[in-house]
Design a protein around this ligand. Structure first.
Ligand code: CU
Length: 339
């Protein structure tokens, strides 16, 4: 986490300098982050020398249809209350209200799991046979790269390679692999995704106030943690930057492992009829999103785009298993932050 914080601070400095040109009206935060419109240029230009980059055709597809912009807005809008004024101000100005379900809220675990599964399914179908000669694990095609790291040992090996916290990960596995701990599929998804939890606490004077806490169980939020472990601010496709990380095969390594865990969970847990309904509905919703952001569609579907400067400051916030107290929206409470 300490690493990420440094990145956040460096990011804020750049952010303050680069964007005086925007003078949009806002009630929250500085008018920054752009007007949300893409001029068709790419966030990142493909270059074979960038480590872990997906094939050119795939990268250009992701850029053309703004998958990275979709992805960062997905995560930002689900971290509304912890995003800080700059992030909230930008989302407000481009008309992206906070998502109904926030990270750590009930039913958000399913959203998290299904959105990423929908991405994997779509990309496998479209680009599965694209060769990936630069894959660090010797996966020959993008389809194989999308399968990702399927075992705990593979994640360990990559953590070792990246100088990550192997011992910490091994401790987490004890709880993650004990599927009997999770009553529902949503609980499992939430646990894997984030340590944030909406509490049932209600302020008797204002029931609209949201109170968040952190699940301190070892392993909670392993997904956010892994993004932090593999983040590399020097990479144009930083695993810690949700706007550009879809072009990094390590992103699919991490999400392949989550997918593999989920599949194991699916073996161990029979969905109730309600769970089946929620699962199917959510898969349909996100598969449709992916299809709309693809050349299946005949019309141009714009997705709001934050400036690179804003996106860079959002990465550490989006993948934080907690929140900086200064970033909390008015009226939101969080453990360790005095209101
Ligand atoms: Cu994501």
């Amino acid at each position: 986490m300490r690493n990420l914080l440094t990145v956040a601070l460096v990011g804020s400095v750049l952010f303050g300098v680069g964007c005086a040109a925007d003078a949009l009206d806002t009630t929250e935060g500085p008018a920054d982050g752009g007007d949300g419109k893409s001029d068709g240029s790419f966030n990142v230009k493909w270059n074979k020398d960038v480590e872990h980059i997906v094939p050119k055709n795939v990268h250009n597809y992701l850029e053309k249809y703004q998958w990275g912009d979709y992805h960062i807005v997905f995560h930002m809008s689900r971290k509304w209350f912890m995003l800080g004024d700059a992030g909230r101000g930008w989302l407000s100005r481009v008309g992206e209200a906070s998502a109904e379900l926030q990270e750590g809220d009930p039913n958000n675990g399913i959203e998290f799991l299904t959105m990423h599964r929908a991405m994997i399914q779509h990309l496998t179908e479209r680009w599965g046979s694209e060769p990936t000669p630069n894959n660090e694990d010797g996966r020959a095609t993008f389809g194989e790269a999308l399968v990702g790291w399927t075992t705990d040992d593979e994640v360990v090996a990559h953590l070792e390679k990246a100088g990550g916290d192997v011992a910490g990960f091994k401790k987490m596995l004890v709880n993650i692999n004990d599927f009997s701990k999770f009553t529902t599929e949503d609980e499992f998804g939430t646990f894997v995704q984030t340590a944030l939890r909406l509490t049932g606490e209600v302020d008797p004077n204002d029931s609209a106030i949201r109170a968040y806490t952190r699940d301190t169980t070892v392993g909670a939020g392993v997904h956010n943690w892994l993004h932090g472990q593999f983040q590399d601010a020097s990479s144009p496709i930083n695993v810690g930057d949700p706007q550009t990380n879809l072009s990094n095969m390590r992103f699919w390594g991490i999400h392949g492992w989550i997918e593999a865990k989920w599949q194991q969970f699916e073996q161990a847990h029979t969905r109730t009829p309600m769970e089946m309904f929620a699962y199917q509905e959510s898969m349909e919703r996100f598969l449709l999103h992916m299809q709309l952001h693809s050349d299946y569609s005949t019309t141009h579907h714009a997705v709001n785009r934050p400036s690179r400067a804003l996106a860079k400051t959002m990465g550490p916030i989006v993948f934080d298993n907690g929140a900086a107290c200064d970033n909390l929206a008015d009226g939101v409470t969080m453990d360790d932050c005095t209101p």
